[in-house]
Ligand binder design. Structure first.
Ligand code: NDP
Length: 250
């Protein structure tokens, strides 16, 4: 199955840490050519260097997913550097959770901008290429928060629920339009990354840290699922993966 990965050109958003970084390294080790995007270019440079030192191929570019032109530019970088684009992993996101009553409206806006509009911007940037070549794979990181509502997740859950619904429509429309664009949506539970650093509400942060200390697993587990989705033949979509610690009830 690894043959379906080798040589594929993969753009990853939110590639500077956590799930994006782990996925970049795993796919690169299987022969994919990786285009890393995020805002912290010092991190991206280090990750690209590590991939190249291990014998892989990677380039990077500053990307703010809330800026449509940045998304278009990273797609162009992929095509200019490697001559094509096969996969985009829309993974950038943040989770500044809090009770609605705390009215952290700036954080609500930020989540909508990154988790919702960032995904839309990424899809808009790749659709012309994928439609024209009649192939392409769009993979997005939703969350178990996109499947379940819970206190503190009022806005975050909503953004991840959006990803679920949007990706399902994209899958259906692509099948109907015959463009052979594949989709995969991933619903991770507690994964040990830098995600909790975005929580500013003290009580919410404490509760999440407790949960993750008890249950959190490595982002390598999510990378393995992305690898599986990418490895399947072009006539097959595995559309949804819920992945989390075996000992977490979610
Ligand atoms: P991290 O905080 O480690 O990674 C988040 C990534 O998103 C970073 O690379 C960050 O890069 C990037 N990012 C944030 N804002 C922007 C932006 N405006 N433009 C471009 N990139 C941005 O956490 P995770 O790896 O856990 O998060 C990855 C995804 O997984 C997110 O969508 C998250 O919601 C989802 N998820 C995570 C779970 C977990 O338990 N960890 C569970 C369920 C879902 P930079 O700051 O350099 O721009």
């Amino acid at each position: 199955m690894a043959d379906n990965i080798s040589g594929k050109v993969v753009v990853i958003t939110g590639a500077s840490s956590g799930i994006g970084e782990a996925t970049a390294k795993l796919l690169a080790s299987k022969g994919a050519k990786i285009v890393l995007g995020a805002r912290r270019t010092d991190r991206l440079e280090k990750i690209a260097d590590e991939i190249k030192a291990a014998g892989g191929e990677a380039v990077y570019q500053a990307l703010d997913v809330t800026v449509a032109a940045d998304n278009e530019a990273i797609v162009k970088l992929a095509k200019d550097t490697y001559g094509k684009l096969d996969v985009i992993f829309l993974n950038a996101g943040l989770m500044p959770s809090s009770p609605v009553s705390a009215l952290k409206t700036d954080e609500w806006d930020r989540m909508v901008d990154v988790n919702v509009k960032g995904v839309l911007n990424g899809v808009a940037a790749v659709m012309p290429t994928f439609t024209e070549q009649k192939s392409g794979h769009i993979i997005a990181t939703s969350s178990v928060a996109g499947l379940k509502a819970y206190p503190g997740g009022g806005v975050y859950c909503g953004t991840k629920w959006f990803v679920r619904s949007f990706m399902e429509v994209l899958r259906m429309e692509s099948a109907m339009e015959g463009t052979n664009i594949r989709t995969a949506t991933i619903y991770p539970a507690a994964i040990n990354t830098e995600l909790l650093d975005t929580i500013t509400d003290k009580n919410t942060a404490a509760a999440f840290h407790d949960l993750y200390e008890k249950h959190g697993i490595s982002p390598d587990r999510i990378a393995a699922v992305v690898e599986f989705a990418v490895s399947l033949p072009a006539d097959t979509t595995v559309n949804e993966f819920t992945v989390g610690p075996a000992n977490q009830a979610w």
